[in-house]
Design a protein around this ligand. Sequence first.
Ligand code: NAP
Length: 335
Amino acid sequence: MTDKNDNNTNRQWLLKQRPVGMVTQDCFELAESDIPTPAEGEVLAKMTYLSFAPAMRGWITDMPSYMPPIEIGSPVTAPGLAEVIESNDPNISPGDFVSGLMSWSEYVAGAGWQVVDKNISPEMQLGPLSETGMTAYAGLIRIGELKEGDTVLVSGAAGATGSVAAQIARLKGHKTVGIAGGQEKCDWLLNEAKLDAAIDYKNDDISKALREHFPNGVDVYFENVGGDTLQTVINHLADGARVALCGMISGYNDETPRPGPNNLMLMIVKRITMRGFLVFDHFDLFAEARENIANWVKSGEIAFRNDVQEGFLNIPKTFFRLFEGENKGKQLLKL
Ligand code: NAP
């Protein structure tokens, strides 16, 4: 099959089987069907961009979660941006662009999507102004309870969410250090995101680096990866530190749960708070977060980068990039 569809049909990637361990290509299968017909109140839209999130690894399993698992044989649910080509909704016109939860399809029919401002680039809409940016903002400010003088550490710091969180902390005047995998990402954190320091967890001694950069401990830790990194960071938290548990990507492909950190006793003696959160519980912050982040990007105070892959056939491979650390910034795919 080529990457061009001349058949006037709708190609989709369906979930064929649930992953065991690392998610692989054979979890998905290609299917071709008729272009859907929008029902009353719905629109028909042609997908233009797909956005990829590590959380989607959870959506294709049947573990308890905040949303029902994607059924075997169904198209894979994914956030995206699409151009409306037919509308049965009086508030939406053909030519409008809508965004929201869609699927790995060429065409989608549905309702409840947001009409987006065509003057804002897809990279910005699906990057810092998407739930990614909202997660960074809510996690750092509300869950991390960031206050004057705090020192801040962010893991997954060169990624879509981590890079925004780290830069918000830096531009608010906090000493901010990021942890990321590899020299290229650490160079980006220093030269573009302008953090105070970057730690390469693949090559550096994290403990030694944390002792050097945080002699009095880390006050706010924005956690994106979990696993060994979390265990190490707990040893370097300050009295009264707050840990915003945003994600734990290092374990998303584990077949069996790993043993937890063995140093949680430190949370008692140091009065540490560790709190998990989901961005969907913080809608009340979105307008403020969007306005601030848009202004910071416009004024050059926040740098962001997108990793835009192309082609319908490359969709599963693009998803895997997140777990191999290949994505440089927000992972998108253009259709
Ligand atoms: P991202 O950071 O742009 O991409 C994922 C990154 O994770 C990779 O580039 C890689 O960076 C790192 N990674 C992959 N495997 C790893 C491993 N085994 N150990 C350490 N790092 C690893 O993705 P994102 O969309 O911004 O998501 C980041 C985190 O936020 C995820 O944990 C996600 O689940 C979470 N999240 C949570 C919410 C919420 O509401 N709580 C919302 C959005 C996202 P390196 O090259 O640096 O290893």
